[in-house]
Design a protein around this ligand. Structure first.
Ligand code: GMT
Length: 385
């Protein structure tokens, strides 16, 4: 098949997932065309089946806000027509679904062909941004116009039905992880630099937005550090980072924390970590947590959103209510003080991650695409448009 993938090219979960999906599809022999404004950060391989089409957004003095959605829809039309795409798969509804709708209408008018588009909902496109009344009508319309809609967890599917007037089925296709990439031996020299006295290593990775509640990471770490010698690695960057650096100093824990910024080799950092903290206000899925589990790192998180669909309480990790710093700290302290429990739980986390291995999820996407491929004799298309 010839598949167009539209996503944000950043370190965010939706862009990472979309890129890993495209790479895996290319390995299966499909031709994959990424359409976005920058080379996706995880698109770091050479594969003759992968194409990258940059969306250029020309500026003009009149434009206070250059019209990205128009440029994106036009690029989609160009790629569909010149590379004879079978379908588009857009990740994150805003503005990708409405741009895909527009591209589909244009191609239909020009050629009479119906180019199906599948929209995968990822989280904040629904729970935070999409609900805003400035965006809601367009989001509702373009989700409903999608030929198929998928959500990355049951929780996100339910949230979508709850917040929007959705008229068709939303299929849940869980996010995945390439376990073979994350199941790595720790690099001893790296561990020694971070934790020279064999301290436990705690880690957090995110985009440092409010929804991640990064100050809670620091407060949980401060409590752990009183009981267990430990170091904290903070991976990623975003608006809350400067305030967190100040808070770390105020809490007197800054000497035991390293802010590492954005990192591509996250698997090497996870491999030396014992516990991954994710105290988010909401996570539709928590791809970062799944990657941690695949690296034998125990996740201690909130029970918000879809996190309980991947992590099993007391078995593969721990969860507490949003803001319950005490409970998260106590879980971590008990675990880190008990070497046998820690080893067993790391293994349980890894076994759980195997259920979400890339090899299990890719065929589900391929089957979904197959339903819309023009070769399929039972073709299901939203042909009313
Ligand atoms: O977590 C973020 O803020 C980034 C965001 C994104 O759209 O890139 O992540 C969302 O999609 C990920 C991939 O499906 C999920 O694993 C994250 O849980 C989800 N984030 C939220 O729901 C806050």
């Amino acid at each position: 098949m010839r598949i167009g993938i539209v996503c944000y090219p950043t370190f965010g979960g939706s862009g990472v997932l979309a890129t890993e999906l495209g790479k895996a599809l290319a390995d299966q022999g499909h031709q994959v065309h990424f359409i976005t404004y920058q080379q996706p950060v995880r698109l770091n391989v050479f594969n003759t089946n992968i194409f990258y089409h940059e969306v250029r957004v020309p500026t003009y003095p009149l434009f206070d806000y250059p019209p990205y959605e128009v440029a994106l829809a036009s690029t989609m039309v160009d790629v569909i027509m010149n590379h004879d795409l079978d379908l588009l798969h857009v990740h994150y509804a805003i503005p990708h679904a409405s741009a895909a709708y527009m591209a589909r209408q244009i191609v239909k008018k020009k050629t009479g062909r119906h180019i199906p588009f599948i929209t995968t909902l990822h989280g904040t496109d629904i729970t935070l941004v999409g609900k805003d009344k400035t965006y809601e009508p367009v989001v509702t319309f373009s989700i409903n116009e999608s030929d198929a809609i998928t959500a990355v967890s049951k929780n996100l599917r339910d949230e979508t039905f709850h917040s929007f007037a959705i008229e068709k089925e939303i299929e849940v296709i869980y996010n995945f992880v390439d376990v073979s990439r994350f199941n790595k031996k720790p690099i001893d020299a790296f561990r020694k630099v971070i934790a020279p006295k064999d301290e436990k290593i705690i880690m957090h990775a995110s985009n440092f937005r409010k929804v991640k509640r990064v100050p809670d990471v620091l407060r949980v770490f401060a409590a752990i550090r009183k009981e267990v010698p430990a170091k904290l690695l903070m991976v990623g960057d975003g608006p809350e980072r400067p305030a967190c650096e100040i808070l770390a100093r105020e809490l007197g824990i800054d000497e035991d924390i390293r802010f590492l910024g954005k990192q591509e080799q996250i698997e090497d950092i996870l491999a030396v970590s014992d516990v991954f903290l994710l105290p988010s206000e909401y996570e539709s899925f928590g791809l970062a947590a799944l990657e941690a589990m695949a690296a034998h790192t125990v996740v201690i998180s909130t029970n918000a959103g879809g996190l309980s669909e991947i992590n099993i309480q007391h078995q593969t990790g721990f969860m507490a209510d949003v803001g319950d710093i005490n409970t998260m700290s106590n879980f971590a302290i008990d675990l880190l003080k008990d070497e046998v429990k820690l080893t067993n739980m790391k293994e349980a986390a890894y076994q759980q991650a195997l259920l979400f291995d890339i090899t299990k999820i890719i065929p589900i996407y391929e089957a979904l695409y197959g339903r819309f491929c023009r070769m399929n004799p039972d073709l299901v298309c939203n042909t009313t448009n």
